[in-house]
Design a protein around this ligand. Structure first.
Ligand SMILES: Cc1ncc(COP(=O)(O)O)c(C=O)c1O
Length: 361
């Protein structure tokens, strides 16, 4: 059975799993901000309407200025894209004949873009036995050969975080041997900018992928950007379609990035909810990854029953993310997004019920 390769779009999942979809469901399979989109989007939506009949600024100059000032970088160190996903696909073209590493489990698009661009893939693995820590010596040996590496920080799906000092060490190795660090910070704003490598923007060996679809809940609008060295960004820009970022996405991006109160509120909310959910799951005998992000891995007391729990929850209208296509996880865990308190409560109630049913079997 081939399950959908990403979260969201639950209808397809129900069809593939051959489970009839209840009239009301909650979708914890994707990781957008439950507090979003920020209210300014709705407030100004009507005013932005007029922008749809003209071509957008192909450079996205105003948005770039806002992003550059947010990160304290130069405007020419920013490149905007139709989601981080587009920028990954295009950026990988520059390393077509190189070897690119991926540390698993990881966002499945990395392998897709590596293979679609004809680059060579080298896999590294982490798992629960080492608390998802990668063997840094292996990575260092790999980078010393001039190879490139995709890094997801925080990791999707575990929510584990790489320390900036470790990333700095790896970047120095890449600089020395002319490899690339392809750093995906799609969810870093859920933790705080102090975890970002944006201070290293400008290094010719670092590209930072940022998404605006998670924090600002704009997945349908599509918006992301790259922070990097201006010459590398120019090369990538030449490969992108003209007008790749639509006018509404540009306007929305300018408005929301400046809303620091919204971002702070989100971080506090996620932290408190994550703790509340983890306390509950721990008491229920479940295991979770030590996530610092707005999603986490969970596993029932009997890990052999993970697939059964997944299907049972679907029947109750609670959609989690399967991990069948996360290399190295292979379905042993489930991933859940931290959503509204009400939705998180529904998950916890369901877990209670499942445990009760289990104990009476
Ligand atoms: C780790 C990670 N990076 C990047 C993306 C893609 O982000 P965007 O919506 O900006 O294309 C996703 C989407 O799920 C993701 O999980």
């Amino acid at each position: 059975m081939s399950l959908p390769s990403h979260g969201a779009n639950p209808q397809t999942l129900y069809e593939k799993m051959n489970v009839s979809m209840p009239s009301s469901i909650i979708d914890l399979s994707e990781n957008s901000n439950p507090l979003g989109p920020p209210s300014i989007i709705k407030d100004r939506w009507a005013e932005w309407f007029q922008a749809i009949s003209s071509y957008p600024d192909p450079e996205g100059k105003t948005l770039k200025q806002v992003i550059a000032s947010f990160h304290h970088v130069q405007e020419n160190q920013v490149l905007i894209g139709n989601g981080a996903a587009e920028l990954m696909m295009v950026a990988a073209k520059l390393w077509q004949h190189k070897t690119i590493g991926v540390i698993h489990p990881a966002f499945s698009e990395y392998e897709r873009v590596i293979l679609a661009n004809g680059a060579k893939l080298q896999r590294f693995y982490t798992d629960e036995r080492s608390n998802w820590q990668v063997d840094s010596f292996q990575i260092e040996a790999f980078l010393s050969k001039g190879h490139s590496l995709f890094i997801c920080n925080p990791v999707n799906p575990t929510g584990m975080v790489y320390q900036v000092e470790l990333l700095e060490k790896w970047l120095k190795l890449a600089e020395h041997s002319n490899g690339m660090i392809l750093l995906d910070e799609a969810f870093i704003d859920m933790l705080g900018e102090e975890h970002s490598m944006s201070d290293w923007t400008g290094s010719p060996n670092l590209l930072i992928f940022r998404s605006m679809t998670k924090m600002f809940s704009l997945a349908g609008l599509r918006l992301g950007y790259l922070l990097g060295n201006k010459d590398v960004l120019n090369e990538i820009s030449a490969l992108l379609p003209h007008w790749n970022v639509n006018a509404l996405a540009q306007l929305a991006g300018q408005a929301v990035l400046q809303d620091s109160a919204f971002q702070q509120k989100t971080r506090s909310y996620i932290k408190a909810e994550r703790q509340r959910i983890f306390n509950f799951l721990k008491n229920a005998g479940f295991r979770t990854s030590e996530s610092k992000a707005n999603y986490y891995l969970l596993q029932p007391p009997d890990p052999g029953k993970t697939a059964q729990l997944f299907k049972w929850l679907l029947g109750k209208g609670i959609v989690l993310r399967h991990t069948e296509n996360y290399i190295g996880l292979d379905g042993r865990w489930l991933r859940a997004g931290i959503k509204s308190q009400k939705e998180n409560d529904q998950l916890m109630q369901a877990v209670k019920k499942w445990k009760l049913e289990e104990s009476s079997r």
